[in-house]
Design a protein around this ligand. Structure first.
Ligand code: ZN
Length: 502
């Protein structure tokens, strides 16, 4: 450039090419094309509302004087949630779930939300993460501390024996899955919580529409995605280009050009359940342009033009997914209720799936054979157990796992789910231990929490137990000094072997 401006003379050229641009740059403040601020939606009084909802429910279940386990957990969680500014997320989830329930559809919660007792008290999930316990819904007697109850620690309350209230004689309610809150907000309380909800596929569109009611029209957008060119597709494009242009190229040249094309933008799409919320007082264009997906002006959907990952540090994204399970349960409820009316049994009481106790003997029998269904394996293509129609328990892989492990309790079934959803935890690992008799479904490593809880119980220091759990979970195995620390606390060799296989 100095050469281009040399006709002005060396000094003037230098002023124009170097000094003045630096001056101008110095006058301009730094701006980002994307608003750098976090802009969560605001719902008036959500902190207090969340508190009120939780305490109302807790008193309803556990009485006027809350057991200390209930009040301590509730306070710890509420303080952490509110001080981090997450109350609004809970209130949004609570409103969506209550609305769906009122419209007759259950909502499945997925992921870590089950570890939050506030989520239980707010009616977002039915999973109660407290330690196993009994409580009386009539006189509010509760038992969190007897030896019997404590012997179910780490398992689930539904596996405890049925019991009558020692005070008033009412049947006691069994509850508690014993999940630490740390799973949800992280051990330092700094993990952004994500509340993923599975709505019935039939209801999903209504739930999406309801977010417009909550936040106002024009304040909700579908989360946009960007589809990129996959390497195989790019390879085809490049090869076809040279063919059509009658140019002969060597394979390595085609591969070189392919590398340059892979990953470039090909199309825009939308996340199947993601809704991005724009708070009042802002314009969506501060964060992202918006568009109709795939340039289809006719479709009524507006998506963010930027991939939602690029703006999820600014705007809240809700995951409102569509799932078959709530639809199946609703269909089953409708079917059984109408059958009962037609055939005049239980005609005055509609069938409600959640009224089936979680420790129902006949349900557990489904995992042992087909007799309880009144059919033979031949009737269902040779399948030896009755779990074909149960979500997550109907594939050959899981059915084989169920036959190998012979679950006896709800806790066992949950552990099987852990095994079937993890990577490298069953095949060549827990399966061999169960087959050789070294471990059972109750002792094998089935979930990541297992490792930490087991090691702490063995006497390994809790911070180290957490570090080991995280390392094993990420497939990074064990450091030699950790192995020594484990052996020092009599952790058996098979357990260490299993950790290394993860
Ligand atoms: Zn009682």
């Amino acid at each position: 450039m100095l050469e281009e401006f040399s006709y002005l003379g060396a000094a003037k050229a230098r002023e124009i090419v170097i000094d003045n641009p630096v001056k101008i740059a110095g006058m301009i403040e730094k701006i980002s094309p994307v608003n750098p601020n976090k802009c969560p939606p605001v719902i008036e009084n959500s902190d207090q509302e969340l508190r009120d909802i939780c305490y109302r429910k807790a008193h309803e279940m556990y009485g006027e004087d809350l057991p200390k386990q209930v009040s301590a957990r509730l306070e710890k969680e509420l303080n952490s949630i509110i001080s981090n500014g997450y109350a609004v997320m809970y209130i949004i989830a609570q409103k969506l779930v209550w609305k769906s329930n009122a419209d007759g559809y259950l909502v499945g919660s997925r992921g870590s939300v089950g570890s939050s007792f506030v989520a239980t008290m707010a009616g977002i999930t039915e999973v109660n993460p407290l330690s196993p316990h009994y409580y009386c819904s009539k006189c509010h007697y509760s038992d969190f501390e007897s030896d019997e109850v404590r012997s179910f620690a780490g398992g689930c309350g539904y596996d405890m024996p049925d019991k009558k209230c020692p005070v008033c004689g009412e049947q006691l309610v069994k509850a508690g899955f014993d999940i630490p809150f740390e799973t949800f907000l992280g051990f330092k309380g700094d993990k952004e919580p994500d509340i993923d909800l599975n709505f019935s596929g039939d209801y999903q569109a209504k739930a999406h529409k309801y977010t417009e009611v909550l936040f106002g029209e024009g304040h909700t957008f579908k989360a946009g995605t960007i589809g990129t060119l996959a390497d195989k597709t790019a390879y085809g494009f490049v090869r076809n280009y040279y063919e059509e242009h009658e140019q002969r190229k060597r394979k390595c040249e085609i591969e070189r050009v392919t590398e340059g094309c892979t990953g470039i933008r090909r199309s825009t799409g939308q996340h199947p359940g993601g809704i991005v919320v724009l708070p009042h007082g802002h314009d969506i264009n501060e964060f992202t342009p918006v568009q109709h997906p795939a340039n289809d002006m006719e479709c009524g959907i507006t998506t963010t033009h930027f991939d939602y990952h690029s703006i999820d540090h600014n705007l809240l994204k809700l995951d409102i997914l569509g799932h078959d399970d709530p639809t199946m349960i609703r269909t089953l409820e409708d079917y059984i209720t109408s059958d009962a009316m037609e055939n005049e049994y239980n005609a005055d009481h509609p069938f409600i799936a959640t009224e089936i106790p979680l420790d129902d003997k006949d349900v557990i029998e489904l995992f042992h054979g087909t007799e309880v269904l009144g059919i033979k394996p031949e009737d269902i293509d040779g399948c030896k157990i009755g779990s074909l129609g149960i979500p997550e328990f109907g594939t050959d892989f899981v059915i084989q796992m169920v036959q190998d492990t012979k679950p006896q309790t709800l806790s066992d079934l949950i552990r099987i789910s852990g095994l079937s959803h993890g990577t490298n935890v069953w095949l060549g690992n827990a399966q061999e231990l169960v087959k050789s008799g070294k471990a059972t479904i109750s002792t094998a490593i089935c979930t990541r929490d297992d490792i930490m809880i087991y090691l702490i119980n063995k006497g390994v220091e809790s911070a180290l137990a957490f570090t080991i759990m995280e390392s094993v979970r990420k497939g990074k195995g064990l450091k030699p000094e950790w192995e020594e620390a484990m052996k020092a606390q009599d952790v058996p060799d098979w357990y260490i072997w299993s950790c290394k296989k993860n």
